[in-house]
Design a protein around this ligand. Structure first.
Ligand code: SF4
Length: 360
C-alpha cells in the first residue's frame, strides 16, 4: 500500500550564491534545486529548505541478537529491536541490504513508527536496545536522534550501524544521542571507496577518530572482506596498524565473509581461512579483540582476556556458551577489565530472529 511521504524539517544545509541549497549532512554536498532529491534520495529540497522524507516511517522491525549488528562488547546475549528506513549515501556494489538502502519506492516503508512507539515497543519486546540498521542512520539522523531520546527516557539504549560517511558536525549531533556504534571500515584504500562505493575513505577515518576521541559511544568496526578487492595482507596490515595507533587497541574489529549480492555477483564468497588470516594480522598488530563473522568459527568469535588469555565470553554463532566476567566486567581469573558495556550476567536471547509489527 502506498504511503504518502512526510516532510520533516532539517537544519544541516546552506543556501548557495547560485540559488541552489547544499545539504551539509555528508561529504557528497548535494546542491539542490527546488524539488530535487540528494543522492541518498530521502533528503529533498522543498519550499526553499531541505526536508527529510522518511521521518516516522520504517522498512520493518525485527528482534535480533545484539551480536548480529555485530557488537560483541555491548550487552552480550541481549536482544535488540532493529529497524531501518530507506535510502543510503553510499552506493556499494556489494550491498547486502540493497532492497532497502537503494529503495526509491515509498511502498518499502510499510510501518509508521513514532519515536515513542519504537521506544515503547522495545520495552514491550524486552529489548535492551534499539538499532538503526539496514540502511545508514546518517541519512535519517533527525529521526534517529528523536528515537534515541525516547529510548533513553525509558532506559533503552541505541545502536547506530553506519558507514560513518558524515560531515563532522552532523556526526557529532547523531552520536550525541546514541550509546554504541558499529562502523563499517570497508577497506583501507581511497581507490576501493571510490570505485566500489562511490565515496571516500578520508571522511570515514575522520568520523572514527571523532567517535573515539570526542564521544562516549562504544565503537566496534566491521570489514567485509571481498576476495581480491580488500583482503590483501599489506592493506590489512596498514588498516589494523592505523586502528591501534589512532583509535587504540581496545576497539574490536570484525572481519566478515562476503556473499555475492547486488551488483557484485562476479566474486566468490570469502574463504574462512581469509578471515582467520585477517584476524591474525590484527592480533599481531596489537588489536586486542579481533573476530571473524558470517562463518561458523567459535574460536574466532569468542572473547579472551587481554590480561591472562582466559576465555571470557564463549560464542557459538549468536549463542553465549561461556561467561567468566565478574559483575564489574572484569576477568574472574586475573581481574583485568574487559572494555565495553557489560551487565552482571549475559542475556539469553540466543540466535532467534523475530520479525515484529509495532502494533503487535
Ligand atoms: S545526506 Fe543525502 S542529500 Fe545530504 S549530502 Fe548526503 S547524499 Fe546528499
Amino acid at each position: 500500500m502506498a504511503t504518502r511521504e512526510r516532510a520533516h524539517p532539517t537544519t544541516w544545509w546552506t543556501r548557495l550564491d547560485d540559488g541552489r541549497i547544499r545539504c551539509d549532512v555528508c561529504p557528497r554536498a548535494c546542491a539542490l534545486h527546488e524539488g530535487q532529491r540528494g543522492l541518498c534520495f530521502v533528503r529533498r529540497r522543498e519550499r526553499d529548505a531541505i526536508v527529510l522524507t522518511t521521518y516516522g516511517r520504517s522498512s520493518g522491525f525485527c528482534v535480533d541478537p545484539i551480536e548480529k549488528k555485530p557488537l560483541n562488547h555491548f550487552l552480550p546475549g541481549t536482544s535488540v529491536l532493529s529497524f531501518g528506513t530507506a535510502g543510503c549515501n553510499l552506493a556499494c556494489r556489494f550491498c547486502q541490504n540493497w532492497d532497502i538502502s537503494k529503495s526509491r519506492d515509498v511502498d518499502t516503508l510499510a510501518d509508521r513508527a513514532s519515536p515513542t512507539a519504537i521506544a515503547e515497543a522495545a520495552v514491550r519486546f524486552g529489548c535492551r536496545s534499539v538499532a538503526f540498521t539496514y540502511n545508514d542512520p546518517v541519512v535519517f539522523l533527525e529521526y534517529a536522534a528523536d528515537v534515541a531520546d525516547a529510548c533513553r527516557a525509558r532506559g533503552v539504549r541505541t545502536v547506530a550501524v553506519t558507514a560513518g560517511y558524515a560531515n563532522p558536525d552532523p556526526a557529532r549531533e547523531l552520536f550525541a544521542h546514541v550509546d554504541a556504534a558499529n562502523v563499517d571500515l570497508k577497506a583501507f584504500t581511497e581507490d576501493f571507496y571510490h570505485r566500489v562505493c562511490a565515496g571516500r575513505l578520508g571522511p570515514v577515518l575522520d568520523t572514527l577518530e571523532l567517535l573515539v576521541r570526542e564521544t562516549r559511544v562504544w565503537v566496534e568496526l566491521t570489514t567485509l572482506l571481498i576476495p581480491g578487492l580488500n583482503d590483501g595482507e599489506a592493506e590489512l596490515d596498514r588498516m589494523t596498524r592505523w586502528v591501534v595507533e589512532r583509535l587504540g587497541p581496545d576497539v574490536p574489529m570484525h572481519f566478515t565473509a562476503f556473499h555475492p549480492d547486488w551488483r557484485m555477483l562476479d566474486r566468490p564468497p570469502t574463504q574462512p581461512a581469509t578471515l582467520s588470516r585477517a584476524r591474525a594480522i590484527a592480533t599481531r598488530n596489537g588489536v586486542r579483540f579481533a573476530y571473524t563473522g558470517n562463518v561458523h568459527d567459535p574460536a574466532g568469535q569468542s572473547t579472551r582476556c587481554p590480561g591472562c588469555g582466559e576465555l571470557l565470553i564463549g560464542r557459538d554463532g549468536y549463542e553465549i556458551t561461556a561467561w567468566t566476567l565478574d559483575e564489574a566486567g572484569r576477568c574472574r581469573r586475573c581481574g583485568a577489565r574487559c572494555p565495553g558495556a557489560f551487565e552482571p550476567a549475559p542475556g539469553d536471547w540466543g540466535s532467534r530472529r523475530l520479525p515484529v509489527r509495532l502494533g503487535a
